[in-house]
Ligand binder design. Structure first.
Ligand SMILES: O=C(O)CCC(=O)C(=O)O
Length: 232
């Protein structure tokens, strides 16, 4: 079993966020503070029993587990991650071109302290799925122009089965899944605090994306992945 490097932060709830402004084209974030809103700023907790998790069976051995509102106190998690992370741009190959991915990205612990709730979440997910979720990364969608195109995870799409768990904090976004090679898509509206876990053959036989939308509040996807073997 791979050794985990996820790091436990010791910081507590911080001042409330009212608006996140992100300068497009650079990794600079500016948090504008204002009116106090207590909503969502309670101490973060999550449902370690996974009691409200529902499985959506997809064709060809793929599935998605979905738990709405799995993480409570999500506003302070968003705020702390947005503020304390060294967000960076990333590039990917699209056919014969290298293009900038329209969102910011970070890997923990290299790019920031994370949040104290991440390690217990990681550990609960590992216990529940009986697989060590060693790698924690995050994607920041600054607004509706940020997105991620249809894909299956690069290494996992060569594996028979793979798990990818994502906890969303911040604004709502549509998360679409479609069979690899075409077919009608299914949509999940991922809200702040929701947990979605792709499993089975999902990375190999299905593709997923976060499409662009006209308006969206900033959203952070906190992604937990096992250490996938080099052989794939
Ligand atoms: O933002 C999400 O929920 C999905 C992100 C994703 O699919 C990825 O980074 O591979």
């Amino acid at each position: 079993m791979a050794t985990c490097t996820a790091r436990t932060a010791t910081t507590t709830d911080r001042a409330p966020r009212t608006r996140l402004a992100a300068r497009r084209g650079s990794a600079t974030l500016l948090l504008v503070r204002g009116q106090l809103s207590l909503l969502g700023h309670e101490e973060p907790t999550f449902d370690a029993t996974f009691a409200r998790m529902r499985r959506i069976e997809l064709a060809t051995g793929a599935w998605v587990d979905y738990a709405q509102g799995w993480l409570r106190g999500d506003a302070s998690v968003f705020e702390q991650l947005a503020e304390s992370t060294r967000w960076r741009t990333s590039e990917e190959r699209m056919y014969d071109k290298i293009v900038q991915v329209p969102r910011l990205y970070a890997v923990l612990p290299a790019d920031g302290p994370g949040h104290a709730v991440l390690e217990p979440m990681r550990s609960a997910l590992s216990q529940h799925y009986r697989q060590e979720f060693c790698r924690v990364s995050m994607a920041l969608y600054r607004d509706g122009k940020d997105s991620v195109a249809w894909h299956g995870d690069r290494v996992a799409r060569r594996m028979p089965d793979a798990l990818v768990a994502t906890v969303s904090v911040g604004g709502w976004r549509r998360f679409l899944l479609r069979p690899y090679g075409g077919g009608s898509s299914i949509a999940l509206n991922l809200g702040s605090g929701d947990l979605a876990v792709m499993g089975g053959s999902c990375q190999r036989t299905w593709q997923h994306c976060i499409p662009k939308v006209a308006h969206a509040d900033p959203r952070i996807a906190i992604m937990f992945r096992p250490q996938w073997e080099e052989e794939y």
